[in-house]
Ligand binder design. Structure first.
Ligand code: SF4
Length: 703
């Protein structure tokens, strides 16, 4: 084995930390933080630090294509040629018989930008269906819609460098101490040096982020908008409005003002479960801030009112004029390493590449002409949950799943199980046999992993980095790009004559020319030689753009940002009842990533939380006669789980918490939190509401 050392980017969360990977015959692959990287400056969290274990352990890898000729046959090893012949034959015949919308692709925020671009071109341009969605639908589609409504386009305005320039942070619906650890470490370090810096955390749980905060507003799930409106009212009453910014750079302020001035602090206090004085204190801290950053993640996005939650929070940055200035701005945190890159290339059912809209006939025409196809279907594609509904009902016959594990991650897991069992043909393209979804595959395609292929990713702050190939993939595994190009060839599609991954990136970059995400002057050579860039990068000498809207010109037709009025202020999609008196909220734990197909293999990452535990408040535990350590049954109308209880006052009374990571183990699916979650989605973003399911809990009694 040749000794090598490369610089790359962590494959876990959207923070996008720089990593140095060494590979030598003595130690195999080892990783260290890249001290020169602008994101992490050498730091790595527990997950990043242990990435090499995942790379070195190939025990569960899919090594060659496996196929079954019918549902009653076991899977057998086949050649790539046979596998892709079958895939193209089955997809062609289903499309011929039932039309293009009878097939779909479900992909992942872990896919690289080139893979995302390629598969979207293949599906929307050539298979002639818009049924392609991504697991990023489950994490940030509400933020995308919120940005569009407020700023005119999906656009994260700030950079991590703004952290060290800010003096006030509102972290809401996020636990970055666990989920974006290096980003949170930068906030902590900033506060250590500048103790006057204020951190406000809004969360129904007293998380590690909340413990580090100056003020924790422990709201009830679903009441975020009520809180933001009450804060907005106080900001107006106390004269903290940036009148110049509001007058010259925003629209619809009067309607917003009337709405929030009609709200009542007492009512807000009662609904949210926080005191009026704490609401005032939060507003006063924000109002006095010189640099105010709001940060959020799934607590806002994964909601039946997720888009409204986003716009209501963005309104606070608008009233205070805290956008486009150093050390200020709203900042949605992406959960996956390339969720942002996927957004750039139109990786969702309702999007087209370069931030164009599927619903816009002009945009469809432009993209079709760029790809050299007659047209792109105007029919909206099915989103994540809709695709599995369509499989269950039989409207969709075949699905191709790339790099994601919907059996564990989608809401109402038993419905997903039924949907996959009902599908005529399931292709799973992944690295590991471990993913529960792989068991449903009629065709299992071995994909190369993170270090075994090249491409680009964009992190939460719009920073694009190049990831080189460091090692060869095991067995016959191929990169996702190679698999998709070979499939396109079998389908006899033109437009896929790419000699390498770089050529795909070149085509995408060309497409961005003149758009708000212009990277037409970027290429692999610049990324390799000059390092990372934040888009847009609109000419050769351009260093990239850390901060958007510095000129206060937004992407709306009027170039003004828009105050949005929410259609609903509270999540009333389900209300606690006698049968289901608790609100279940789900989330992540420190050392696990998604459905544990990678982190679950690393024994030292299993020690922090070895098994899923239900958090329950002592008052609720008393009422339900549950003691710490008891095995409990949590049930909803969709199913149940059986886990250990942890009685803790870190969780709000009336609320229960379960981690989302565990799937079916040892043929027992009672660890799987998504047995419980409901399938309600936000009406605009179609993002599922993982943060609000009504449930019951009782002590488990052996039958
Ligand atoms: Fe990787 Fe995220 Fe940890 Fe950085 S913070 S090392 S990107 S998991």
């Amino acid at each position: 084995m040749q000794n090598t050392e490369i610089k790359t980017t962590c494959s876990y969360c959207g923070v996008g930390c720089g990593i140095i990977v060494k590979n030598d015959s003595k130690n195999g692959v080892t990783v260290t933080g890249d001290k020169d990287h602008p994101v992490n400056r050498g730091m790595l969290c527990s997950k990043g630090m242990n990435l090499h274990y995942v790379v070195n352990d190939t025990s569960d890898r899919i090594l060659y294509p496996e196929m079954r000729w019918s549902k009653s046959h076991p899977k057998e090893r086949v050649s790539w040629d046979t596998a892709l012949d079958r895939a193209s034959a089955v997809f062609s015949s289903i499309i011929k018989k039932h039309g293009p919308d009878s097939v779909g692709f479900y992909i992942s925020g872990q896919c690289l930008t080139e893979e995302y671009y390629l598969v979207n071109k293949l599906v929307k341009g050539f298979l002639k269906t818009n049924n392609i969605d991504t697991n990023s639908r489950l994490c940030m589609s509400s933020a995308v819609a919120g940005y569009k409504k407020t700023f005119g386009e999906d656009s994260v305005p700030i950079a991590y460098a703004d952290i060290e320039l800010a003096d006030t942070f509102l972290i809401t619906g996020a636990n970055p101490a666990f989920c974006h650890p290096i980003l949170f470490r930068r906030i902590e370090q900033h506060k250590e040096k500048n103790p006057k810096i204020k951190i406000i955390v809004v969360d129904p749980r007293r998380t590690d982020s909340a413990i580090a905060a100056d003020l924790h507003l422990q709201i009830l799930p679903g009441t975020d908008i009520v809180l933001y409106h009450a804060i907005g009212r106080r900001l107006i009453e106390k004269g903290y409005v940036d009148s110049d910014f509001v007058r010259n750079h925003t629209e619809n302020y009067q309607a917003y003002k009337e709405m929030v001035m009609g709200s009542s602090y007492e009512k807000a206090s009662k609904l949210c479960g926080v005191s009026v004085s704490d609401i005032h204190l939060a507003a006063d801290i924000i109002g006095k801030a010189k640099g105010f950053i709001s940060m959020w993640a799934m607590g806002l996005n994964q909601s039946a009112i997720g888009v409204d939650k986003n716009t209501a929070l963005l309104n606070l940055s608008l009233i205070t004029g805290q956008v486009g200035k150093p050390g200020s701005g709203p900042f949605s945190l992406t959960g996956q390493p390339n969720a942002m890159g996927g957004r750039e290339v139109g990786g969702m059912a309702n999007l087209l590449a370069v931030h164009k809209e599927l619903s816009n006939p002009e945009h469809r025409k432009e993209v079709a002409s760029f790809w050299g196809v007659d047209s792109i279907s105007e029919k909206p594609g099915l989103t994540a949950t809709e695709m599995f509904d369509a499989l269950e009902s039989g409207k969709m016959k075949a699905i191709w799943i790339i790099c994601t594990n919907p059996m564990v991650s989608l809401p109402d897991a038993r419905r997903v199980e039924k949907a996959l069992a009902n599908a005529k043909f399931v292709v799973v393209q992944d690295i590991s046999h471990n993913a529960d979804t792989a068991k449903f595959a009629d065709l299992l395609l071995p994909a190369a992993g993170w270090l075994e292929k090249e491409g680009t990713m964009t992190n939460s702050e719009r920073r694009i980095s190049y990831l080189p190939k460091g090692i060869n993939a095991p067995g016959e595994a191929l990169s996702d790009v190679e698999i998709l190009l070979n499939f396109a060839k079998k389908m006899k599609f033109s437009g896929f004559n790419f000699n390498n991954t770089e050529a795909i990136y070149k085509e995408y970059c060309l497409m961005t020319k003149g758009t708000n995400i212009d990277v037409s002057y970027l290429n692999y050579s610049r990324l390799k030689n000059e390092g990372t860039f934040q888009w847009p990068v609109p000419d050769y000498g351009h260093p990239g753009t850390p901060r958007l809207f510095a000129d206060k010109k937004f992407f709306t037709p009027s170039q003004k940002a828009i105050f949005n009025i929410p259609t609903s202020i509270e999540n009333t999609s389900e209300l606690p009842s006698e049968k289901y008196p608790f609100i279940l909220t789900t989330g992540r734990i420190r050392d696990q990533w998604h459905t544990m197909t990678k982190t679950g293999k690393v024994s030292r990452l299993m020690t922090h939380t070895p098994s899923p535990v239900l958090e329950i408040n002592p008052i609720d535990a008393y009422k339900t006669k549950i003691k710490n350590g008891d095995i409990v049954v949590v049930s909803s109308k969709n199913g149940e789980v059986r886990v250990k209880a942890k009685v803790t006052d870190t969780i709000k009374e009336g609320v229960l918490f379960l981690p989302m990571h565990w799937g079916k183990q040892l043929d027992n699916d009672l660890n799987r939190t998504n047995n419980l979650t409901n399938t309600i989605v936000d009406p605009i973003s179609k993002e599922p509401d993982f943060k609000y399911t009504i449930v019951a809990v009782k002590k488990y009694v052996k039958p």
